[in-house]
Every structure is written in C-alpha cells, then in structure tokens.
Design a protein around this ligand. Structure first.
Ligand code: MN
Length: 290
C-alpha cells in the first residue's frame, strides 16, 4: 500500500465502516500562510513515523489508551475539490462514515452540503478559533457556517474554541443563535460541565469539523491562521472522544499547514486526534429488517 493513514486497518472499501479521504486543496483560503494542501499526505506520513513503533523489523501500532478501533477503516487516498459531491454521495449511500483531511476549511461546506442532502438538519460540532461565519463574502474558508445554513440546525449545533470573531460574525452568531464555547468559558465552567452542556445541546445527526487552529499555537503551530489563548489538546481530545460516543455522520480535520509546523508536532497531533475519535466512536449500523 502507498501512503495511508496508519489507523487504516482494512484494504477493502466494501467492508469498511470509516473511509479516510484526503483533499489537498487550499484554493478558497485567504490566508497569508500557504501550505494546507500538503497536510493530507504529511499527516499520513507522520502517523506512520510517530504512531507506529518498529521492533526487530516488525511494525506495531501505538494505540490510544482505549486500544484499537473496533471498526474497519479504509484510506481511499486523495480526491480533488471538484470530486467532493460524487465521492461523498457514494460514501454515504454505502452507509459509511467519511473522515476527511484538508485542505482549507471551505472544503467542509462542500461536504456538509452533500451529507445534508441525506440527513438534514445537521448538528454541527465546529472546533475552531474563528467562527467562519462571515456573510459579506461567501464560498471561502471564512464563510463556512453561512454557506451551510440551509443544512444546519443552529439550536443543536456548537462552536468550540472560538476566540477571534470579526464584528459581522458576532452579529451572525446572535442572529442565528448557535451555541459558542470559548476556551475562556471552558476554563471557567470546567470540562465536565462544558461536556454536559455540549451533549445536551446536540441532536442526532452529528457532524464534527475540527479546524486545528482551535488548539493553542504553542501545541499546534502548523496552522494557516494561528490565534493565541487556545484549547489545550487534552481538553479537545476528551470533548472529541465523548462526542464520538454519540455516533457521528462524519468528521474532518482541516487547516493543518505543514510548512509552518515545528518538528511535525501539528501533523502528529492531527493523527492522534483522528484516532481518539475513531476508538471512541459508536457505529450506528443499519439493523436488517426481519
Ligand atoms: Mn476554520
């Protein structure tokens, strides 16, 4: 096999529960920092270097504390931005769960528009330093929420890690009523209370979008728009694991920017975060009718 995510444990698309998809595209980013298009392959490569131990020529996966995932995970490789509707329609038609690696965050709106055709409205869990709720300009990495509005149930959606909103984004948050949990809120309320509030807010069609810039840049320097005073990785992973337990329709990992990384720490964290979700996730298999 070529460069696949180390957590992929199946070479059969047909048998898989989760399908890993890379989308090396940053064409709708306005960031000064370039390089998120190299993230899918970099995260795969680093997962194989850091989350795999080699002893006497034999490879052994370095699992999370919960051990291996009970699910079958297949890495489909990379697809283009143009192919998103076709690729994701097939994945959801086949009752599989997409795990996407971007790329810039605008890719999320294309995925949500495709998923939303089948399961609507979605409860979006949006980990990000920025609300991405600009409405004066559309179809870029800063307008994801506005672009997806017809597919979202805002009352049962949450933003986690927000700490750098623009004025029009603050107005849109108030107008459309999405629930925001800033890093400061989480520090004040504590992790357990925050988690309870998030879980009691979410509906059943959960989609998780994880912009790596939700994490503090001291832990995740390799992102395209870093903002200080962010979440610590352990807090984010505990939230991610517990949301995963509810069952999800899909997840993405966006905005990792390898050219600005330090010692590949951000790519390594991306690999670990994906595995934390995969090991805790509950699979909702269709029960065959008798
Ligand atoms: Mn974002």
């Amino acid at each position: 096999m070529g460069n696949t995510l180390c957590w992929s444990n199946s070479d059969s698309y047909r048998e898989s529960d989760y399908v890993v998809v890379g989308i090396p595209d940053e064409s709708h980013s306005h960031s000064i920092r370039k390089g998120t298009s190299s993230a899918p392959d970099r995260i795969r490569q680093i997962s194989k270097e850091r989350d795999v131990y080699v002893e006497n020529g034999l490879e052994s996966l370095a699992y999370t504390n919960l051990g291996p995932s009970q699910s079958k995970i297949f890495d489909l490789g990379n697809v283009s931005r143009r192919d998103i509707p076709q690729v994701f329609e097939r994945i959801i038609r086949d009752d599989k769960i997409p795990i996407t690696m971007g790329g810039d965050h605008s890719l999320t709106s294309l995925i949500i528009k495709t998923l939303g055709k089948k399961s609507k409205p979605l409860s979006l869990v949006y980990f990000d330093a920025h609300p991405d709720f600009v409405s004066s300009t559309v179809d870029f990495y800063g307008s994801v929420i506005y672009d997806c509005l017809p597919f979202l149930d805002m009352k049962s959606s949450v933003m986690i890690g927000i700490r750098s909103p623009e004025f029009e984004e603050i107005q849109n948050i108030k107008k459309y009523g999405i629930n925001v949990f800033s890093p400061t809120d989480i520090q004040y309320s504590g992790l357990k209370q925050t988690l309870n509030e998030i879980l009691s807010t979410l509906g059943k069609n959960i989609y998780i979008s994880f912009d790596m810039d939700c994490i503090d840049p001291s832990f995740a320097p390799g992102v395209s728009v870093p903002v200080p005073l962010g979440l610590d990785p352990l807090t984010a992973s505990i939230l991610l694991q517990n949301i995963g337990k509810c069952g999800i329709l899909g997840m993405d990992m966006m905005e990792v920017c390898p050219p600005f990384d330090i010692q590949d720490n951000t790519s390594h964290l991306a690999s670990r975060m994906i595995s934390e979700m995969l090991v805790s996730a509950k699979i909702h298999k269709k029960i065959p009718s008798i």
